[in-house]
Design a protein around this ligand. Structure first.
Ligand code: C5J
Length: 220
């Protein structure tokens, strides 16, 4: 076993049973003129996570670990999008035309993963209709088939899709570690609180670390 330096205490892990899950690093959230910006957010706040994510991604690939990418989005006919999500806040964004194609619709340019973190052939890409990566997807099955016990969870946004996924994973028995510089939020206060909540009460949902510690742990 190896160890990741983390809070509230070091996390032992075996690289053979550890996977990297990269949550929703999609153009619609991270680049201007996508869903994030349509909702009135400053997308530049999320871009700080890109370089740390690149470091963790290349360390995970070098360690031969399973790397999984997720994308939030919907079918072209929006049949899998709950009406309440479609018109949240009284406005309609999902499925409407934007500069990067129809917002959060599978196959559109904005729905794709940013070039900096693009999946390699063979890395599973899980399309999810919800915020949690386990909801209505085959993620759990893929992880079980690879005998995965520990998840490094990176991506956006911290308090929405990242922590929803961490909570779902924790309930399914996975140990999750979140490198704090590899996640991003449009709201700095939410980012801070979300990370605090993960590691509170003796790692109630998981562990919090940083990209340097993850890279060091993988290389050790
Ligand atoms: C949001 C996500 N924030 N990937 N999605 O709507 O966190």
């Amino acid at each position: 076993m190896k160890n990741f330096n983390a809070q509230p205490f070091a996390l032992p892990f075996d690289p053979r049973t550890t996977a990297l899950v990269m949550i929703d690093m999609q153009r619609d959230f991270i680049e201007p003129r996508g869903f994030g910006e349509a909702l009135g957010n400053d997308v530049s706040l999320l871009r700080t996570a890109i370089v740390p994510c690149e470091k963790v991604l290349s360390a995970a690939r070098a360690a031969g670990m399973l790397v999984i990418h997720t994308r939030e989005g919907h079918r072209a006919d929006l049949a899998d999008c709950p009406p309440a999500k479609l018109t949240r806040g009284g406005k309609t964004f999902i499925g409407t035309d934007g500069p990067m194609g129809r917002i959060l619709v599978r196959g559109e340019p904005g729905h794709d993963i940013i070039p900096e973190l693009y999946p390699l052939p063979g890395e599973p890409v899980v399309d999810k209709p919800g915020k949690g990566a386990f909801y209505q997807t085959d993620l759990h099955l893929i992880l079980q088939n690879h005998n995965i016990k520990t998840l490094i969870v990176c991506g956006v946004t911290t308090e929405v899709c990242v922590t929803t996924t961490v909570r779902e994973a924790n309930d399914r028995g996975y140990e999750c570690i979140v490198p704090q510089d590899c996640v991003g939020s449009y709201f700095p206060a939410f980012q801070k609180a979300a990370l605090e909540m993960i590691k509170a009460q003796g790692a109630i949902f998981g562990w919090v670390s940083d990209s340097a510690s993850i890279v060091e742990g993988l290389r050790a």
